[in-house]
Design a protein around this ligand. Structure first.
Ligand code: GLY
Length: 333
């Protein structure tokens, strides 16, 4: 029998952290807040990596910052369910130990990514949902809060608007700051797709630490006006998040159902394991998402050798990369 022992103790890698704050048509008046948010997350996660901390700690810390920032669809400030509540999903994965932890449909946790970490560390299982997930987290020290603490007036208004348009049978084809061009590109198709308002701002991070270990984390409030109990790609292993030292670490954002049907995170990491460079595999994954199912979204993908790729077929994706050479953020790649 052949055993693989992952490298866990030889400090030989330059640490790298990538984060995203969602792929969609980020309006001009929200651009600065998105860039500031991904920079804050980068700084927090990179500080951990720079002092020799683990990739898992770095992605958890980075995503916690993004969950705490109300500009993103994760944690407080997330989109609301059709009955006006916040329901959160999150997953993180340690590619060195091949351990994962996920939670879905939690309503009383401020930071679902921290509950996912508890599942990874404290449970023989991988995935908890609903009140069972909340009770598991609470039994390991996490505070249970009132769901109203996660709900913003901004989101109540957004839900009211979406439900009024749905009731009127309207697909909203206007969007601030964007001109709809008459071409056949995925970006233009996105702007004509009524689902775009429900497909943004999921957050995520992938990291490689100095010991050569990969980790990934993804967290979301899901889609606007979703029925209670709906779970998207973000917290499903191999869909919106995956990490394995033998392939790559990945986090995705976008309309979840097509990503789930393609198990797109695992698809992308398998490509890297097969020899495709992450910068190519990232673009191929988003092309596949669109060509196979007409899906829209974005991806960050990091290989065990430190090569990485970012791609999206939406008009924008908030992203950031931290390497020993410095921090970089942007809204398109
Ligand atoms: N990508 C987030 C969701 O569809 O729930």
């Amino acid at each position: 029998m052949h055993y693989h022992i992952p490298v866990t103790s030889t400090p030989k890698h330059a640490p790298i952290l990538l984060v995203h704050g969602g792929a969609w048509a980020i309006p001009a008046d929200a651009a600065a807040a998105h860039l500031a948010g991904v920079r804050n997350a980068l700084e927090t996660g990179h500080t951990i990596l720079a002092r020799g901390g683990s990739a898992l700690d770095a992605v958890e810390a980075a995503v916690t910052v993004l969950e705490d920032d109300p500009i993103f669809d994760a944690g407080r400030g997330s989109f609301l369910t059709s009955d006006g509540r916040v329901q959160l999903d999150a997953l993180l994965m340690d590619g060195g130990r091949m351990k994962a932890g996920g939670v879905a449909c939690v309503e009383r946790l401020r930071n679902p990514i921290q509950a996912a970490r508890l599942v990874l560390e404290k449970s023989p299982h991988v995935y908890f949902v609903g009140s069972g997930a909340e009770q598991f987290a609470h039994s390991h020290g996490m505070a249970l809060i009132d769901n109203a603490e996660l709900v913003l007036d901004r989101e109540r208004e957004r839900l009211t608007h979406a439900q009024a348009r749905e009731a009127a049978g309207l697909a909203d084809l206007t969007f601030s700051g964007h001109i709809l061009h008459d071409d056949k590109s995925p970006e233009t198709a996105f702007l004509h797709d009524p689902a775009r308002f429900a497909s943004h701002d999921t957050v995520g991070a992938v990291a490689l630490d100095a010991h050569g270990n990969l980790a990934a984390a993804t967290s979301t409030g899901g889609t606007l006006n979703k029925p209670p109990g709906r779970v998207g790609d973000s917290s499903l292993i191999g869909c919106g998040c995956y990490a394995d030292n033998l392939s790559a670490a990945v986090s995705l954002t976008g309309w979840g159902e097509p990503i789930m049907k393609l198990v797109l995170g695992k698809w992308a990491t398998d490509r890297v394991a097969g020899g495709t460079a992450p910068e190519i595999a990232a673009r191929e994954a988003i092309s596949y998402l669109y060509s196979r199912l007409g899906g829209h979204g974005g991806i960050i993908l990091l290989g065990p050798d430190g090569r990485f790729g970012l791609a999206h077929n939406t008009p924008a994706m908030a992203w950031g990369v931290a390497t020993p050479n410095g921090l970089q953020t942007g809204l398109t790649v």
